[in-house]
Design a binder for this molecule. Sequence first.
Ligand code: HEM
Length: 343
Amino acid sequence: MAIVFRQETFRDDFTYRNSPENIRRFPFPFPDDAYMYSVNVEPHVKGAKGTVFENLIDVDEHYIAEMADRALVLKEDPLRYQALPHMMLAQWDTLELLMEQQAEGYPEHFTLTKDGDRWRWINRPLGIDDTFTFGDATTLPMEPLEYISRQAQGDITIVDQRDGNLWMDAGMVTTQADWSLDFDIGMNFMEWHGPVPLAHQQGVFERALKFLLNLQLGRPVRRYNWTMTVNPRLDTSPENYPKWGRDRTTVTPQNVGEKVHLRVELQTLWRLPRSNAILFVIRCYLMNMDELVTVPKWGRRLHRVLKTLPPELVDYKGLSRYRDDAVAWLSKHDDGAPTGAGT
Ligand code: HEM
């Protein structure tokens, strides 16, 4: 069925909202009443219809608005897209994967036709119909990764595998939770994870790296990460901190429902066929507290997770200024009933 795309903004007047159908498919990430970091990685396989796992690359009602917001970010700051020269093959791998997955999942919106190396790509929501030669960057209007990541929801990094490590050597990062591609480019797995509290001591990153170095072609994996954001703002980057940092001081007990958003990242990791690099897609889903409590078990659970969140994580995720207001607001939606296991 064709998706009805919303017209909305992620800045200024913040008109972003979820339709009731989209709330129902929100990837609520907490299987438990308490949260701590772990190596929470599982196979990325297709799931039920009407969930974000219906297709392996998810497209939803926010697609057109998100692509417009990305274009605005890039206009102001072209360094949100970067690729080191040795990543060209991985760029083509990524273009192929995203075109194939979107065309397979949403044939009414995207069509990919291959005639040898001559490919035709039709993206109806964005009004694009391009023919190019796969492997020849001169036949596209821009580098392949920039081209396709302007047409796919979610941030993207491509990591190169060498010397028993992973290196962040390419990416399109415009919807991030306070980290910077421009800062991290060229870093390895342990280096870019440097600021994360507690997880290093618990061996989380050592185990995660070992796992990823053995990631197999055709067997992608996924994990959730999450934080909170004030206002439905996609671009909460360090580069634009002056624009959004002060939003955290605007939360009051009265406006929590509208202003405070759960920000869920559905992260998928794919071994790429020609380059042996790994594609890391960070798909961001936003939902405000008013929307979230329309599903009663989510309200109960988020209340408990936030209330018991370790102080180091409250601080790292930038929640210190408004966590207490959010917990107090959510407490009215927690009747103390058992939530059971699972989401
Ligand atoms: C945070 C990238 C895989 C666990 C981060 C950050 C980046 C990042 C850029 C933000 C760090 C900062 O504060 O500056 C990546 C990339 C990956 C990857 C590119 C794959 C190639 C994983 C895996 C795990 C993991 C497999 C599994 C344990 C975490 C955790 C955080 C984090 C727990 C902190 C998130 C939070 O509390 O908001 N990652 N990561 N990462 N990463 Fe990864």
